[in-house]
Design a protein around this ligand. Sequence first.
Ligand code: GLU
Length: 400
Amino acid sequence: MSLAFTPSPNIALLRESVTIAVSQRAKALKAEGKTIIDLGAGEPDFDTPAFICEAAKAAIDSGQTRYTPTEGILPLRAAIADRAREGGGCAVDLVAQEVVVSNGSKQSLFNACFCLFGPGDEVLIPTPAWTSYYEMVQLARAVPVVVMGDPDHDLKVTAEMLAAAATPRTRGLMLNSPCNPTGAVYSADELREILLLAQSRGWWVISDEIYRRISYEEPAPSALHVASARDNLVVVDGVAKAYAMTGWRVGWTIAPRALSQAMTAFQSHATFHTASMAQHGALAAVTRAAESDAAIAAMVAQYRTRRDAGLAVFAGTPDLPLVHASGAFYFYFDVSAAFPGHAEPGSAFASRLLEEQGVAVVPGAAFKTPNWVRISYAAPERDVVAGVQHAIALWSDLKR
Ligand code: GLU
């Protein structure tokens, strides 16, 4: 008897990740021999620093190839807590038992959403936001509530905007600064106001800080160092972006003990733990601070050069709405003037750019803002410049 697949209610609303789909399509086209400028993937194009790779190899050679604790090896969790404590604020009394290491910050975010939210809960998502936030909240059977950012303020939200979107069912809030997809950075004051509101309303805050080390104008503040208390706070971070370690899959949460224990129990039935040798690589990344800080500074300097080169091209079209790119490695711009009346101008623009010019970018529909388009400048400078030139030429041509 053949059995037709009928999806369970758990995945009734599930859609595949568009950011991953775009980067895989670009890779497939390249494999077919097409010349593709890939500005889709939000993935550093640098190699992982050599001392980190060496540490992982040494871990394999010394037999670190067995199960580790579910929540990650203690030295890594202790080192993560140590580094967070250096920033002061409400991190000063942080301990390793409040850190859970997972298979990338994506699993950390998923653990937090699944353990905190459930049916009937509403979760505020400042929008645009990374495509997976909406899906993760839905997989927890809670309701993602889009809170649209202010286009006159780099598509950021304020505490007032969040308060206006809240209902008695609001249970939490997802923050992300520097922001994927916009590159906007929240100042300490902006963050403080939002955290105070969440404290006063009893909302959980999940603060995704995976891009925090990639900031060009001033250091991006951590919620841990700005909040007045952390009993309602989950900070998510990892090694993927800043340390160029996307494939290693090491992320973590910093959260109150009871929640950390629940996330550990949950993870014990899902992935158990991330690879032992990857944890040892991450341990070198986090503990050998002088070497990693130098490596990160060198990569950020290159992102800055690419950003400036891209911005110099954008400067020729001052009427094209563009978020001020102050962190992460993304340009975010509104192409709706090129497709008047179209339901998804960003998607139409992205497919024409790929088919006609071979430039892969991510349509803003993935981030619940269909008028916009994301360009990643985690790519060689010549590709960034060529890609932005093609994008602007197409936009100028279409909107004539
Ligand atoms: N976070 C990156 C992006 O937005 C990598 C892909 C993904 O997991 O979404 O492109």
